[in-house]
Design a protein around this ligand. Structure first.
Ligand code: SF4
Length: 444
């Protein structure tokens, strides 16, 4: 998985350095930890040797996650020897799963805080002055009550609406690391988003492992929530991720269409495989045919909708013919982008016990074929944007006057502009389109 380094300017000696691995959820959690620690007199620093507190926000989707935590903590040994007051901690999914083992096995480690205990972080850090090694209590909260904490939200930001997942796809470790699904109250979310709007945010992405199974205490489902955010806040744009095809329904697409001036016409709809037998072994709860039906329903309701997906190749037992079904799905569904991965076993998951694991070389060949095929498709699909004028929300303008923003279809567009445009939605004519980015010019 990707490694993000999250840091900021140095202001004072209580420096905190956090390395973040994994998904958007972890990136969001890191932002929350920075916010909580800033309230406790810590300041983000740009490297570990400037810090008095180092945190590793770990990801168990990575291979050998515990081993990787050991080796990263080991890299800080010298710093700890030079500064015995330096505190080193582990957060994230590995911490949630392996709290006792980490504390017992890594003497250099001062604290462990799991995904369910982030809000106890300031209290935990204070305790460190009195105790050698501490870990936070892992609390199951239902409903999931948090206020979005973001230091500099900028133009576009993420807002967690659910936590955890009940689906138990056989390849996925999330239900074991983030627990059962919990939803935030709709009214709390509305207030949260309006506060972000008041701080200058123009676009929110509602975030959850499976946003479509959102259920507020008042009975509002995800479609209702989308309507509430569109009508009861002044947010300009709404996106959401991630969707589960089994829970994607007509009511949701109808509400997207009804509020199309705010809800972006982009949907990330992970399919994982184009073969129904593989989908069944993955415990995805839909067939290839049902998935295609959902895509047709979406395309009927939202003209011009842009779709992307996740695909796993080489799932245990996947035959050549079953893989061909995934390839042929690309001819049936016009994905403008795909995120594809080779299957690899994850601790606690059912698929890790399957005895018919696919050879690594075969997985690599399949992945290469999939990318090659999609690349060809994406190059053709993107050409339709050339000459079109897109509504671009400007996120940044660099010192050379190069502006960058995203269209409602989630297309990254670069063009010449000035700083005054940041936060504005402007019309940009696309001059040249590539699968990942576009070059355009500002229209008057
Ligand atoms: S829906 Fe499946 S893949 Fe997504 S988080 Fe839940 S268990 Fe994992």
């Amino acid at each position: 998985m990707e490694k993000f380094s999250t840091s900021g300017p140095i202001k004072e000696k209580n420096g905190v350095f956090i390395t973040t691995y994994g998904c958007q959820m972890n990136v969001n959690d890191t932002e929350r930890m920075f916010s909580l620690l800033e309230m406790s007199n810590y300041t983000p620093v740009t490297s570990a040797d400037q810090a008095s507190l180092i945190k590793i926000n770990s990801c168990s989707v990575r291979e050998k996650p515990v081993h990787k935590v050991h080796s990263e903590v080991g890299r800080y040994r010298k710093l700890k020897e030079m500064n015995p007051n330096l505190k080193i901690g582990v957060a994230g999914c590995v911490a949630q799963q392996e709290k006792k083992r980490l504390i017992a096995d890594i003497p250099l480690l001062d604290f462990v805080v799991g995904t369910d205990a982030i809000d106890q972080l300031p209290e935990l850090v204070n305790k460190l002055d009195r105790e050698k090694q501490v870990s936070a209590r892992f609390e199951y909260q239902k409903p999931y009550q948090i206020e979005t904490l973001i230091r500099n939200p900028g133009v576009s930001t993420f807002v967690n609406i659910t936590k955890g997942c009940d689906n138990f796809c056989t390849f996925c470790v999330v239900p074991f690391t983030r627990g059962r699904e919990r939803s935030r109250k709709a009214q709390e979310l509305i207030q949260d988003i309006q506060k972000l709007v008041d701080r200058g945010v123009k676009e929110v992405t509602l975030l959850g492992q499976n946003v479509n199974s959102y259920k507020s205490e008042c009975g509002a489902d995800f479609a209702d929530l989308l309507r509430l955010v569109a009508t009861e806040t002044n947010i300009q744009r709404i996106r959401y991720t991630t969707s589960h095809p089994k829970d994607f329904n007509q009511k949701l697409v109808d509400i997207m269409q009804e509020h199309r001036e705010k809800v972006c016409e982009y949907i990330h709809l992970p399919v994982q495989s184009g073969n129904s037998q593989v989908l069944d072994r993955m415990n995805r709860n839909y067939t290839r045919e049902e998935y295609i039906q959902k895509v047709k329903m979406i395309e009927r309701a939202i003209p011009g909708v842009v779709l992307s997906t996740d695909i796993i190749v080489g799932f245990p037992g996947e035959t050549d013919e079953q893989f061909e079904d995934t390839l042929s799905l690309l001819d049936e569904v016009s994905y403008e982008s795909i995120y594809a991965f080779k299957y690899s076993p994850r601790p606690f998951t059912k698929a890790a016990q399957f005895t018919d694991q696919v050879d690594e070389q075969i997985k690599s060949e399949r992945l290469n074929r999939l990318f090659a095929k999609h690349d060809e498709i994406a190059r053709k699909l993107c050409k339709k944007y050339e000459g079109q004028t897109l509504e671009v929300l400007v996120e940044e303008v660099n010192a050379e006057g190069r502006a960058f923003g995203r269209s409602t279809q989630n297309k990254v567009v670069h063009f010449n502009g000035t700083n005054a445009l940041v936060g504005q939605t402007v019309a940009v004519k696309v001059i040249e389109a590539f699968p990942q980015t576009m070059r355009g010019e500002l229209k008057n």
